[in-house]
Structures are given as structure tokens and as C-alpha cells.
Design a protein around this ligand. Structure first.
Ligand SMILES: Cc1cc2nc3c(=O)[nH]c(=O)nc-3n(C[C@H](O)[C@H](O)[C@H](O)COP(=O)(O)OP(=O)(O)OC[C@H]3O[C@@H](n4cnc5c(N)ncnc54)[C@H](O)[C@@H]3O)c2cc1C
Length: 249
């Protein structure tokens, strides 16, 4: 039987890097021109495929950092993983004007659909990327749902989108951001470095009675530990959506 082309989001598209910017010393945002991009929901991801001249190819998933706006470019933020095959190419080699293949958007569960409940976002490292798309989408929509973000990072240097988040918090009383530092804290920080724990999620999350929509994203072990804490605090497991990036915490 003849093979037919797969339509829409399952089609591989050639995307051109329009711009690349460093978010931290090891994380870079790629701004991509994607012809006939169908649009996406905040929280969705794409599959990226790289193919070498000898035909060897590697494929990985990357969350979409940008909120959807008609005609806008698609932004991905890639954290370099030590010895990582694809991430180190995307952070250190790929330059504006060059192309990669992309397929998507993918995913219909880990998405924020501008529903009324308050939102709790819990991010480990680059797990902030799809949650940032939700924060940006809420900003674009002038959403009134209060958002709280708890972001766990190793050091202050590793915090993605620091200036933008600070600006959004300053301008928007409905957005609250709290950082947890696991290895090194900023000067004058009141707490020693520590992993995300019950006390932090209890203080900086929403009470379970508020029935928030909860999105947790990051390395697999981080996501599992955070979800366990949220359930222990009384959050309804059905309201907790998780996305695992793989790797170690
Ligand atoms: C749905 C989804 C969305 C994702 N979105 C993003 C995103 O927005 N930004 C982003 O930077 N990454 C994201 N990832 C992770 C990404 O797909 C790759 O796994 C990551 O870039 C590592 O690929 P690599 O080829 O560089 O490493 P590999 O060559 O595959 O692995 C090298 C080593 O690193 C370890 N490793 C693999 N992945 C990780 C990880 N995430 N953290 C720590 N160690 C790891 C491996 O176990 C291995 O030991 C996402 C993953 C999924 C499933």
C-alpha cells in the first residue's frame, strides 16, 4: 500500500533559527521560524530531529517556551546536559540562519487552558520552560487566575528568565514567584541551600481547599518527590499534572 504523508502536527517541518540568546551560562533560547506553524497551547512540546551528513539522526523533545500569538515564532529553551548529544549541539553549535527539523505541537494533558482555578507551578531547573509558556499566556490574555510559581534551581546563576519574571511579578499582583536554591543561595538569602520540601510547598503553594490546578515539571526524581509532597499536603492527585524531562535530579 502506498504511504501517504502524515498531516499537520505529525509532519516534520524545517525550522530556521531566527535568533539565539543565552538565558544562563548553560541554557539558550532558540527563536525559530516555522513555516505554517498551526499554533500551540501553553505546556505543549515539540520533537526536534537532527540529522548528520552520514544520515545518523537523533530526536529529543523540547517544551515550547513562548505563548502562542498569531504569526509569532516558536521559542525553545535548551539546558545543556553534560555529555548530552542533542542539548550540547543546540546550545553550543547551532547558529542563527541554520535549520533543524521539528514536529508538533505535541501533548494535550499538560496544558493550561485558561481555566478559572488558581494555578500552582512547580519547576525543577529547565522544567520551568513549559510553565513559563503558561505564565506568558496568562500575561497575554490578561488572565485573572492567580499564579504561584515555586522554582528549584542549583544556584542563582541557573535561574531561567530571571529579569522577565522579576518584571512580571513587579507589574502583576496576581503572580507570585519563589525560588529554592539547592547548592548556593544569593547573598543575604534567609535560608541555607536545601531541596524543595513540605514547608516550602505549604508556604508558597496554594492551600488544597482552593483546589488549584497544579503543574509540576522537571527531572523525573524531582517531579515524583514534588508530587508526593503535594498529595501528602492534601492536594487532589487528579488536579496534579506532571511532565518528566528524564535524567537525574
Ligand atoms: C516532554 C519533554 C519536554 C522536554 N523539554 C525540555 C526543555 O524544554 N528544555 C530542555 O533543556 N530539556 C527538555 N527535555 C529534555 C530533553 O528532551 C533531553 O532529554 C535533554 O536535552 C538531554 O538530551 P541530550 O541528547 O543532550 O542527552 P543524552 O545524550 O540523551 O543523555 C546524556 C546524559 O544525560 C542524562 N540526561 C538526559 N536527559 C536529562 C535531563 N533532562 N536532565 C539531566 N540529565 C539528563 C542521560 O541520562 C545521560 O546520562 C524535555 C523532555 C521531555 C520528555
Amino acid at each position: 500500500m502506498a504511504r501517504t504523508a502524515l498531516p499537520g502536527r505529525l509532519t516534520w517541518r524545517a525550522a530556521t533559527v531566527a535568533e539565539a540568546r543565552w538565558e544562563t551560562p548553560s541554557a539558550r533560547t532558540l527563536v525559530l521560524d516555522v513555516p505554517q506553524w498551526p499554533g500551540h497551547l501553553p505546556g505543549q512540546h515539540v520533537d526536534v530531529r537532527l540529522t548528520a551528513p552520514d544520515g545518523y539522526s537523533a530526536q529529543r523533545s523540547y517544551s515550547i517556551a513562548s505563548a502562542w500569538r498569531d504569526g509569532a515564532k516558536v521559542e525553545l529553551t535548551v539546558q545543556r546536559v553534560e555529555d548530552g548529544e542533542v542539548s550540547s549541539y543546540l546550545t553550543d553549535v547551532l547558529e542563527p540562519g541554520q535549520q533543524l527539523e521539528l514536529r508538533g505541537p505535541v501533548g494535550g494533558w499538560f496544558v493550561w487552558r485558561a481555566a478559572p482555578p488558581p494555578v500552582l507551578l512547580v519547576a525543577g531547573g529547565s522544567g520551568l520552560v513549559p510553565l513559563m509558556a503558561m505564565i506568558r499566556a496568562r500575561g497575554d490574555l490578561r488572565g485573572r487566575q492567580p499564579f504561584r510559581l515555586v522554582h528549584s534551581v542549583r544556584t542563582p546563576q541557573d535561574a531561567l528568565y530571571g529579569a522577565e519574571l522579576a518584571r512580571r511579578v513587579r507589574d502583576d499582583p496576581g503572580l507570585d514567584v519563589h525560588h529554592v536554591y539547592t547548592r548556593k543561595t544569593p547573598d543575604g538569602w534567609p535560608d541555607p541551600p536545601a531541596r524543595l520540601g513540605v514547608a516550602t510547598l505549604n508556604t508558597h503553594g496554594w492551600p488544597p481547599d482552593f483546589a488549584p490546578d497544579v503543574f509540576v515539571c522537571g527531572p523525573t526524581a524531582f517531579v515524583e518527590a514534588s508530587a508526593d509532597i503535594l498529595v501528602a499536603l492534601g492536594h487532589d492527585p487528579k488536579k496534579i499534572r506532571t511532565e518528566r524531562f528524564g535524567g537525574t535530579p
